[in-house]
Design a protein around this ligand. Structure first.
Ligand SMILES: Nc1ncnc2c1ncn2[C@@H]1O[C@H](COP(=O)(O)OP(=O)(O)OP(=O)(O)O)[C@@H](O)[C@H]1O
Ligand SMILES: [Mg+2]
Length: 421
């Protein structure tokens, strides 16, 4: 059997902590079997190397290795991606397609972010795990496959089971062996060596001398929380390597690259990554959206007034809307005053001057439309900018960005598609 050290070399794994060595050793031990393995650990701890090791050291190494990010595939297409579909199974299914479980027959499938699988897909997955059987979407024919499954997750699966988001039977079936990679802060001895390795890689990449840390900077590195784990450490090493003229880095300089907030060693209980959205920016963003909603409500009401020309009717038919816009305690007179202000926009029923005044009204309405377009555009830009920044900050990790933006990963995925990011 290959030694742990040579495996690390082969897969570019740095570090010598007991926890890391134990995880690699476990991967080596289970690789010749077909046992399902669940790799657990926080985001950025290095889970993705484990299924590669397992596949490469197994008798399946000449078969296919397919890594699937379950969190990134929209719910509507995931069954078809994994299990394939028949021609005509749904709109757009112009031909029969093989899914990953068919293609990877004889190989290994790595199901990354397995906790994100929809419940219906979990049922199909359980069947594959139990007897190697699956059915294409839109088919009734049972097919067989021989695939080894390695899954990974950075969410607490027991919580997910408690919230009925993940099937307990599937969890136990997937995690016959659990390989846990502890967070970087619990692998202190690996931190500096990893930083040195990244610093030397980036020096080579950017053709600059390698940065070197002073003793106090090393101490800061070791004390820091690293909630983004090795991914975050690598990002910091890259930023410092590119931006610092003086290649000897002291603690003060390094401190400037370490986001404060939950990452400070003092605030160890919080695991959520801090973002500058928690400040005025987020508030402004929300205010803008609220304003836009109000504007739309007002426009609807104005349209009603223009169409009917009778304020009382409009008032009667739109009580909820009026309350929403003008508040619960709005008196009749106040509403009337608002109506008077708006009267210039109403279209008279009188046929004689309809055309002239309609033009006038249309002009004003057109003006209101332009305002809306500008508003939409600026909000659109803001949203785009926020999403871009968040993705950059998290090195393209949609899960973390979605968390930071307070939206679901699927919504973020849709927005990425919508904005063509
Ligand atoms: N021990 C290590 N040595 C060198 N690089 C590492 C090590 N562990 C992780 N990395 C690097 O850190 C980055 C993050 O690792 P990886 O993608 O495996 O994280 P993860 O645990 O799958 O996180 P997530 O849950 O967010 O998907 C990768 O670029 C990986 O190459
Ligand atoms: Mg991963």
């Amino acid at each position: 059997m290959e030694s742990i050290q040579s495996i690390k070399q082969r897969f570019g794994i740095i570090g010598n902590s007991h926890a890391l060595n134990r995880a690699i050793e476990k991967a080596m031990q289970v690789s010749p079997t077909d046992i399902s393995v669940l790799v657990t650990g926080e985001s950025g701890v290095g889970k993705e190397s484990i299924p590669k090791i397992i596949h490469q050291l197994s008798h399946r190494k000449h078969g296919k290795y397919i890594a699937v990010n379950c969190g990134a595939i929209p719910e509507g297409t995931i069954d078809s991606e994994l299990f394939g579909h028949e021609k005509g199974a749904f709109t757009g299914a112009t031909a029969t397609r093989s899914g990953y479980f068919e293609v990877a027959d004889g190989g290994t499938i790595f199901l990354d972010e397995v906790g994100e699988l929809p419940l219906t897909t979990q049922v199909r997955l359980l069947r594959v795990l139990e007897n190697g059987e699956f059915i294409k979407v839109g088919s009734s024919k049972v097919q067989k496959t021989n695939v080894r499954i390695v899954a990974a997750t950075n969410v607490n699966m027991f919580e997910a089971i408690k919230k009925e988001k993940f099937r307990e039977d599937l969890y136990y079936r997937l995690s016959t062996v659990d390989i846990n990679l502890p967070p970087l802060r619990e692998r202190q001895e690996d931190i500096h060596i990893l930083f040195r390795k990244f610093a030397s890689d980036f020096a080579l990449k950017y053709k600059m001398p390698t940065i070197k840390l002073t003793d106090d900077a090393i101490q800061l590195l070791l004390k820091y929380r690293w909630s983004g784990n090795i991914r975050q450490l690598r990002n910091v090493a890259e930023q410092v390597s590119v931006l610092e003229q003086n290649r000897t880095i002291n603690a003060t300089t390094l401190h400037g690259y370490l986001p404060s907030g939950s990452n400070l060693p003092a605030v160890i209980n919080s695991t959520k990554s801090e973002s500058d959205f928690s400040s005025e920016r987020e508030i402004l963003y929300k205010v803008l959206f609220d304003m836009k909603a109000d504007l739309n409500d007002l426009k609807k009401l104005t349209m009603e007034l223009m169409k009917s020309g009778n304020a009382n009717d409009v008032k009667k038919n739109n009580e909820t809307l009026i309350q929403k816009i003008y508040g619960e305690n709005e008196s009749d007179t106040e509403f009337e005053e608002h109506i008077e202000d708006m009267e210039v926009l109403s279209i008279p029923q009188n046929a004689n001057n309809t055309s002239a005044i309609t033009d006038n009204a249309a002009d004003k309405y057109h003006f209101a439309e332009e305002i809306e377009e500008e508003e939409t555009l600026s909000l659109h830009d803001k949203e785009l900018e926020l999403i871009k920044k968040s993705l950059e900050r998290h090195n393209g990790k949609r899960k973390l960005a979605a968390e930071e933006l307070g939206i679901s990963e699927r919504t973020l995925y849709r927005k990425i598609k919508q904005f063509d990011l």
